[in-house]
Design a protein. Structure first.
Length: 274
């Protein structure tokens, strides 16, 4: 049985399996953290170009985050040494920044999580590098649509399974594969918390959505089959059939009559082309 816990904005929170229900103070804190995440992704738009290394982009994320009074939550998280994740083409998620340079035609996901005043703003976005083939651009467009269709289901009285069911139906209508091995998650003072937000599910299943819940929705959609495999570095996940993969992520809070997107772009740059 799902357990919920009403929390204040200041108390220490534990990863104890309960779904946290937050009040107005926490909503305000998450707006600030989420806005910084979105501003970071906005600032990357002119930098994601052919010939730029993913290490240079990671350096930019680190400096931008620190300059704005926050810390990259990924640095030191379970031994991870970088300020963001950068996933190119067939990389599904958790791509590690390196000296690899971007090439014309690449599609790239950049995932950032600034930790601002004790609160996590978690968001990722796709970028198109140079002249991207039509099939790749279409995958990116549909993945964005999957995110927003999922968010439409995020309102009190619905179930978490309604989000996954809507995402799965839209992706499979286009004959794309929905990754099962990774999911969205609760967040707030904790980087990863309950509930798990799966992106392929049966409508009417899973925890009931209640005002005050914070979580991410972050569908990973493959051009081919849904299967993934992990590389030897222990972080990087790639499509098993080497097909392209795309992902978008927003952090949201359930309100009395719907949801609030904490990580919406202030400049309207939530999806390419920018």
């Amino acid at each position: 049985m799902t357990q919920y816990q009403t929390v204040t904005g200041t108390e220490t929170q534990l990863r104890d399996g309960t779904i946290k229900l937050h009040g107005p103070e926490a909503f305000e804190a998450m707006r600030k953290a989420g806005r910084l995440a979105a501003e970071t992704l906005d600032a990357l738009v002119p930098l994601v170009q052919p010939g730029v290394s993913t290490a240079a982009l990671d350096d930019f994320v680190r400096e931008f985050t620190l300059d704005n009074g926050a810390m990259p939550a990924t640095m030191g998280y379970r031994g991870y040494a970088h300020s963001c994740c950068i996933s190119i083409n067939q990389v599904v998620c958790h791509g590690i920044p390196s000296e690899r340079t971007l090439k014309d035609g690449d599609i790239v996901n950049i995932d950032v999580t600034p930790l601002l005043d004790g609160w996590h703003g978690d968001s990722s976005r796709m970028y198109l590098v140079g002249d991207v083939p039509l099939k790749a651009r279409r995958l990116v467009d549909v993945t964005w649509e999957c995110l927003m269709i999922g968010i439409e289901q995020a309102k009190p009285g619905r179930h978490l399974g309604d989000i996954g069911a809507a995402i799965q139906a839209h992706a499979e209508k286009h004959r794309y594969g929905v990754v099962r091995e990774f999911c969205g998650h609760g967040l707030g003072r904790l980087f990863h918390d309950a509930p798990e937000v799966v992106h392929a599910a049966r409508a009417g299943t899973g925890p009931l959505l209640k005002p005050g819940m914070f979580f991410t929705i972050e569908p990973m959609i493959n051009l081919g089959k849904p299967g993934v495999k992990m590389l030897e570095d222990g972080w990087t996940a790639v499509t098993r059939d080497r097909s392209l993969s795309a992902q978008f992520e927003h952090s949201i809070g359930i309100t009395e009559d719907g949801c609030e997107i904490f990580t919406a772009s202030p400049k309207g740059l939530d999806k390419p082309p920018y």
